[in-house]
Design a protein around this ligand. Structure first.
Ligand code: RTP
Ligand code: MG
Length: 141
């Protein structure tokens, strides 16, 4: 297994529910380290750019509206197999389909307000990390 980095976002619904700490605790218990973090209220342009791969999808406008509806917590997680490890912690996109004990099963309310984002591959992780963080803002641990 390789040490990887992945980009995680605690979405506006979970920030509003005041569960940043509970979600960080899940990362830490799974062996993922927070190596960079910032709170941001995304602009429309930032959210559209981040989710550009979905720009032709019917849900794109709703996704951008939701992601700009309040502050988000953005972090880089580092650890063994971090991309997949984080996706396992998150659970399925639709919280109704998310396995018990996953972040989305416990904190998400709908397919839009689904608590967290996580990169889906190492290549997208590298792109998404660079979207939000300069190399000097990431601390090797
Ligand atoms: P994310 O990118 O946020 O981590 O979520 P994901 O990989 O599990 O899902 P993805 O297919 O990348 O979709 C991005 C976000 O768009 C919303 N979505 N809505 N109404 C729909 O059918 C639908 N499909 C996706 C979700 O909020 C999803 O997290
Ligand atoms: Mg995705």
């Amino acid at each position: 297994m390789a040490v990887e980095r992945t980009l995680s976002i605690i979405k506006p619904d979970a920030v509003a529910k005041n569960v940043i700490g509970e979600i960080y605790s899940r990362f830490e218990k799974a062996g993922l380290k927070v190596v960079a973090a910032k709170m941001k209220h995304l602009s429309k342009a930032e959210a559209e750019g981040f989710y550009a791969e979905h720009s032709e999808r019917g849900f794109f406008a709703d996704l951008v509206a939701f992601m700009t509806s309040g502050p988000v917590m953005v972090q880089v997680l580092e650890g063994e197999n971090a991309v997949l490890a984080n996706r396992d912690l998150m659970g399925a996109t639709n919280p109704k389909e998310a396995a018990a004990g996953t972040i989305r099963a416990d904190f998400a309310t709908s397919i839009d307000a689904n608590a967290v984002h996580g990169s889906d591959a190492v290549a997208s992780a590298n792109r998404e990390i660079a979207y939000f963080f300069a190399a000097t803002e990431i601390s090797a641990r």
